[in-house]
Design a protein around this ligand. Structure first.
Ligand code: BEZ
Length: 211
């Protein structure tokens, strides 16, 4: 059974480059991004991990912890970390799970047998402080992810968790939002003192409420 939005993220204990991780304890009261990559010492994965290391301050600004995974052992991860530093100009600064026994990969459905029966695909899970899954994305091995997009979605998730808005196509932090259709105009008047523009009765555009 796949891990779906709204599910409690499966808890686990697994080894990592930063010691044993008890997942829910490790998340604590923060948000988390758990992402898999197919294999150590591969080119696309090397670029991805360098990019995530460089973006760590952006994740931290959003109260998000990041953790990677592949089905290689921690000893390999440690050797590969040097290559990441040498080629990407950024040292690994977040834990990588050594999931050689595939415990976590199987728990999260990160191995898609019709794509590859042994390696993980490029899965992303965003998990809230309530340990519930807020976002899942799956990319194939041949396509490196856009981690700026993951940050953009986190901005939307954190905003919409606290305000009765949704975010429109290609929205970025600071741009106008949409008042959720379930909110009546009467209630919206109390929550959105800056007002809104109703393009249709169900399409009410308002300035980002926490700005
Ligand atoms: C890569 O990271 O470059 C990669 C990994 C597995 C299959 C194809 C590419």
């Amino acid at each position: 059974m796949a891990v779906q939005l709204g599910d409690i993220a499966p808890d686990f204990v697994q080894e990592s480059t930063e010691g044993t991780i008890k997942f829910h304890d490790w998340i604590g009261d923060k948000w988390a991004v758990l992402f898999s990559h197919p294999k150590d010492f591969t080119p696309v994965c090397t670029t991805e991990l360098g990019a995530v290391a460089k973006l760590k301050p952006e994740f931290e600004k959003r109260n998000v912890k990041v953790i990677g995974l592949s089905v290689d052992p921690v000893t390999d991860h440690r050797k590969w970390a040097q290559d990441i530093q040498d080629t990407q100009g950024a040292a690994l600064n977040f834990p990588l799970l050594g999931d050689a026994d595939k415990k976590v990969s199987n728990l999260y459905g990160m191995i898609h047998p019709n794509a590859n029966d042994t390696l993980t695909v490029r899965s992303v899970f965003v998990i809230g402080p309530d340990k519930k899954v807020k976002l899942t994305i799956t990319y194939p091995a041949s396509t490196g992810r856009n981690f700026d997009e993951i940050l953009r979605v986190i901005d939307s998730l954190q905003l919409t968790a606290n305000h009765k808005v949704a975010t429109p196509v290609n929205w970025k932090d600071g741009q106008d939002c949409i008042i959720v259709p379930s909110l009546s105009d009467e209630d919206a008047k109390k929550l959105f003192p800056k007002g809104w523009k109703a393009l249709k009765p169900y399409l009410r555009v308002t300035p980002q409420p926490n700005r």
